[in-house]
Design a protein around this ligand. Structure first.
Ligand SMILES: NC(=O)c1ccc[n+]([C@@H]2O[C@H](COP(=O)([O-])OP(=O)(O)OC[C@H]3O[C@@H](n4cnc5c(N)ncnc54)[C@H](O)[C@@H]3O)[C@@H](O)[C@H]2O)c1
Length: 254
């Protein structure tokens, strides 16, 4: 079960955190993994780990917010069966404390970046006779989280894009779903704690862990396991859905 043998899987942001765990997992299941990354060092570390374990992977330096770079990268990749739109950036702020520059930056990476990859990948998925798209949303798409205005906006867009794409390409045998994690312990989390709460790192880490009823953050591998199911043939009847992976955050936080 859950074999990805013979599949070409494109994973954005595969040089760190959740994208890295998905890349390692998909390669272990037999996929040829193509990592699209801004951070070339991170991407080549993931590729080295995959190759050392006997897998097949390539890294492509690319900014997903730049359409010409994305088109050029997919052109090099050539054939795609699975696209995981995972690359994303965090941001802290409310509507009246988010600068225009920050708003546009979050939009360009988290929303336009996903669109750019859809734009480039869908013709290749059609050519392959179908395939799977998995988008990384967040619980912030459906729950009001304090101080996450721009980020929540971007993940709400991902949630809606998933529905639109699932509907539009059903006849092309392309399935599209999303995962909405609550807090997952990755460099993304450590980075924004360090940047926004300098000197209070431990306290904030504890607070963020306890905001999940299970009392801990998720692990990147736990997201990868669900990603594998949603991108494998075993989930063939699932499309147009979002899957919270949240330690009880959405429904048990009372
Ligand atoms: N960690 C969490 O708590 C959490 C929770 C919910 C959703 N998510 C989402 O999961 C995804 C991955 O998060 P993570 O925690 O693994 O983050 P991370 O920062 O550890 O990894 C993200 C990767 O994306 C890459 N990236 C950023 N901008 C890029 C760009 N313009 N072009 C190409 N690559 C780019 C980064 O270089 C990095 O390697 C994000 O979309 C994030 O919003 C994370």
């Amino acid at each position: 079960m859950f074999s990805l043998k013979g599949k070409s899987a494109v994973i954005t942001g595969g040089g760190s955190g959740i994208g890295k765990a998905i890349s390692l997992c998909f390669a272990k299941q037999g996929a040829a993994v193509h990592i699209i990354e801004l951070n070339a060092d991170g991407a080549s570390e993931t590729v080295q780990e995959i190759k050392a374990a006997g897998g097949n992977a390539l890294a492509y330096g690319c900014d997903v917010s730049r359409q010409e770079q994305v088109l050029d990268t997919f052109n090099q990749i050539g054939s795609v069966d699975i696209l995981v739109n995972n690359a994303g950036i965090a941001h802290i702020g409310k509507a009246d404390t988010t600068s225009e520059e920050d708003f546009v930056k979050v939009f360009n990476v988290n929303v336009k970046g996903a669109y750019n990859c859809l734009y480039a990948a869908i013709p290749l998925l059609k050519k392959a006779g179908g395939g799977v798209i998995l988008n990384m949303a967040s619980i912030a798409a459906v729950v009001g989280i304090t101080d996450r205005f721009a980020y929540s906006m971007s993940k709400g867009a991902i949630y809606a894009m998933t529905l639109s794409v699932a509907r539009d390409y059903m006849a092309d045998h392309i399935r599209c779903n999303s995962i909405s994690p609550a807090r997952v312990h990755t460099p993304f989390v450590d980075g924004f704690i360090a940047k926004n709460y300098a000197g209070q790192e431990e306290e904030i880490f504890e607070k963020l862990s306890k905001s999940q009823p299970m009392g801990r953050m998720g692990k990147p591998e736990e997201v990868a396991n669900l990603a594998l199911y949603l991108c494998s043939d075993e989930s063939g009847f699932i499309t147009g859905n979002d899957y919270p992976l949240d330690g009880g955050f959405i429904k048990l936080n009372n």
